[in-house]
Every structure is written in structure tokens, then in C-alpha cells.
Ligand binder design. Structure first.
Ligand SMILES: Cc1cc2nc3c(=O)[nH]c(=O)nc-3n(C[C@H](O)[C@H](O)[C@H](O)COP(=O)(O)O)c2cc1C
Length: 194
């Protein structure tokens, strides 16, 4: 099988991380892959913030978990996502929605109708590049809600992210703890040959 296709078919969401940080040259290659993602009109709207600050990542991760459940009882809204690499919906005792990942990326994109598309393109490039280099990754949503909080707004100000940039997603990076997750079966009937 073609190597690129193989990477796409073997990529998984990784949520259990070793504490060791990823090497700078590995991170650089992953970020470069993000910058080379396609963008609408070649406007290159996306900006990636790299945070390796444990305290900040934990605070943002806790807010991300909070946004998932808000005032609801986690036991009543959950469904099984991954037994190998449990999410906050699988294991309610996980209080950090960023799962202790040593590197947390936040993808912001300049506002406009294509900002989410551009950011998602960057995210997938980053996820695949990480996988190609043996680094585990996971996409995390609810980033807009996290950065709408007081702490989120203060953090983006500290990072020097201008007000025009829309927070779209987080991507967690780190070396996987535990075995390679099992493949998840694909739902049938999702291709219609017209
Ligand atoms: C738009 C999007 C949002 C996601 N948000 C979260 C999230 O908030 N927390 C999480 O643990 N995983 C999140 N994921 C990862 C998915 O749960 C994961 O991709 C899915 O379960 C399929 O597993 P796989 O990536 O291993 O194929 C998200 C993925 C996408 C594409």
C-alpha cells in the first residue's frame, strides 16, 4: 500500500501521553506540515500557538472538559469513544480535557467564511505529520468556548494573538503511552456513487 495512504488509515486519536517532551526538530517538522496545508485563496489565515507550559495547558484542559459537560452529569451524556485511549466521555475521572499532553497547539484563523476550513486543513496535516514521525496527536474541539472565558481571553492576550483571530481547535502532541489503539470500524453506506 502507498505509504501516505497507510498513514491515513493507521492514524488514531491518542490521549495517553508519556511525560517526556517531543524534540524540537520533530515539532518543527510537524508545524511546517501545518503551515503547508492548503488554504482558501492561498490566504494562509491560520496561526498556530505552541504551548509547552504545563500550568497553562492544564488550566485550558480543565476548561475544555468543563465546556464538554457544563452542568450535565457526565454519566448521562457519555458514549464509548475509545477503550484503548479513553476520552473524558469514556472516563469521567479524567479532569484534564487535554489529557496531560506535553505540547498543546491552538489553531487560530483570521475571521471570515473560510477560517474553520483553513484551520481544519492545518489540523489534519499536523495530525498526519505527527503520526508519520511517531508522535501521538488528538484534535480537541470547543476551543472557541474555552477562549471565550476570562482565562482564555487573558491567555490569548499574553500570547499576543490579535483580536481578529478566531480560535478553532486544539491539537495535542506527545509520545503515546501504551499500545497502538485498535482500528475503529467504518460506518457503512457513507459513499454514494451517483
Ligand atoms: C472536530 C473534532 C473534534 C474532536 N474533539 C475531541 C475532543 O474534544 N476530545 C477528544 O478526546 N477527542 C476529540 N476528537 C477526536 C475524536 O474523538 C476521534 O477522532 C474519533 O473518536 C475517531 O477516532 P480516531 O481519530 O482514532 O479515528 C475530535 C475529533 C474531531 C475531528
Amino acid at each position: 500500500m502507498n505509504e501516505m495512504i497507510k498513514l491515513m488509515l493507521t492514524r488514531h486519536a491518542i490521549r495517553r501521553f508519556q511525560p517526556r517532551q517531543i524534540e524540537e526538530d520533530v515539532l518543527e517538522q510537524i508545524l511546517q506540515a501545518g503551515l503547508y496545508a492548503p488554504s482558501a485563496g492561498n490566504n494562509q489565515r491560520g496561526t498556530i500557538v505552541v504551548s509547552q507550559d504545563k500550568a497553562v495547558n492544564l488550566e485550558l484542559g480543565k476548561l475544555s472538559r468543563y465546556m464538554q459537560f457544563k452542568d450535565r452529569d457526565p454519566a448521562k451524556v457519555s458514549h464509548a469513544i475509545s477503550a484503548d485511549q479513553p476520552s473524558i466521555q469514556d472516563d469521567h475521572t479524567i479532569m484534564d480535557g487535554f489529557y496531560g499532553a506535553p505540547t498543546v497547539l491552538t489553531v487560530f484563523a483570521r475571521g471570515g467564511s473560510y477560517c474553520h476550513d483553513d484551520a481544519a486543513m492545518m489540523a489534519e496535516n499536523i495530525w498526519l505529520a505527527a503520526h508519520a514521525l511517531g508522535v501521538g496527536a488528538c484534535y480537541i474541539g470547543r476551543t472557541d468556548e474555552v477562549f471565550a472565558t476570562e482565562y482564555g481571553m487573558e491567555t490569548r492576550r499574553k500570547w499576543g494573538v490579535d483580536d481578529e483571530l478566531v480560535p478553532v481547535c486544539n491539537i495535542l502532541l506527545g509520545y503515546r503511552e501504551g499500545p497502538e489503539p485498535h482500528d475503529k470500524p467504518r460506518k457503512e453506506g457513507r459513499i454514494i456513487r451517483a
